[in-house]
Design a protein around this ligand. Structure first.
Ligand code: NDP
Length: 225
């Protein structure tokens, strides 16, 4: 496709698999991470992939490093994928982990999109990797306060982004990857990160302005807010 794709949290899990899939269809990838991995470094050795380390998306320094690294670079696709999952319940309450998830899962993707605004052009796309656990209607089991709250916040922020960027011709997709075999879920998911990334890449490829702000499962079905 020959797009320039920027991915956060690209050193492992879904972010790494997304890097592989975008490269496979002929795109160039800028892989953002805090620290590279053996797999990502190997991928860069034989592909049009540039690794940018020291991008902690939840810190002002990380956002600064990001704008410096991408200064003057046109970004066709921005994938905000980095995220964390902690656990809290009424019997094991922890405001620190709730706050931490809010910083990484909600505030950071919005800050990344804000920081790269001038790198995006008409026709560029932003993909927010959220979770159906941020769906209010889909919440039938409770708990997971910080994760659910942070992903719900990401969802509403992404809808605002979609509205605000409409006039600039920039589409925003909000995607639940499915239950994916990564470290986040102790590799207990239903689908591999490669399968998930393949589905996400085809959804991003087909994202149009007409459906900007859409909240979809990687299987293509619409999710309730
Ligand atoms: P992993 O735990 O395998 O990977 C998480 C990635 O996020 C890592 O690259 C990690 O980097 C990065 N990351 C975490 N915090 C930061 C930070 N502060 N700055 C920069 N990078 C950071 O998880 P997945 O690949 O499974 O998750 C990817 C996305 O998919 C997340 O947003 C997650 O919420 C979402 N998701 C995943 C599901 C699943 O079943 N796996 C289900 C629903 C949603 P590092 O190596 O430095 O920690």
């Amino acid at each position: 496709m020959n797009n320039l794709v920027v991915i956060t949290g690209a050193n492992r899990g879904i972010g790494l698999a997304l890097s592989q899939q975008f490269l496979a269809q002929g795109d160039k990838v800028v892989a953002l991470c805090r620290k590279t991995s053996t797999e990502l470094t190997q991928l860069a050795a034989t592909n049009e992939l540039k690794i940018v380390e020291n991008i902690d998306v939840a810190t002002a320094q990380g956002i600064d490093n990001l704008t410096t690294a991408l200064s003057g670079v046109q970004v066709d696709v921005l994938v905000c994928n980095a995220g964390i999952l902690r656990d809290e319940s009424l019997t094991d309450f922890n405001t620190e982990t709730i706050r931490e998830q809010f910083e990484v899962n909600a505030l950071a993707p919005l800050s990344v999109a804000h920081a790269l605004q001038t790198n995006l052009v008409s026709g560029s796309k932003i993909a927010m990797i959220t979770s159906r656990m941020g769906s209010i209607e889909d919440n039938t089991s409770g708990g997971r306060y910080g994760y659910r709250m942070s992903k719900a916040a990401l969802n509403i922020a992404s809808v605002s982004l979609a509205k605000d960027l409409e006039g600039s011709g920039i589409a925003v997709g909000i995607y639940h990857p499915g239950y994916v075999q990564t470290d986040m879920v102790n590799y207990g998911g239903d689908i591999s990160s490669n399968e998930c990334a393949g589905k996400l890449v085809s959804l991003i490829n087909s994202l149009t302005m007409a459906e900007s702000g859409v909240f979809k499962h990687s299987n293509g079905s619409l999710l309730p807010w």
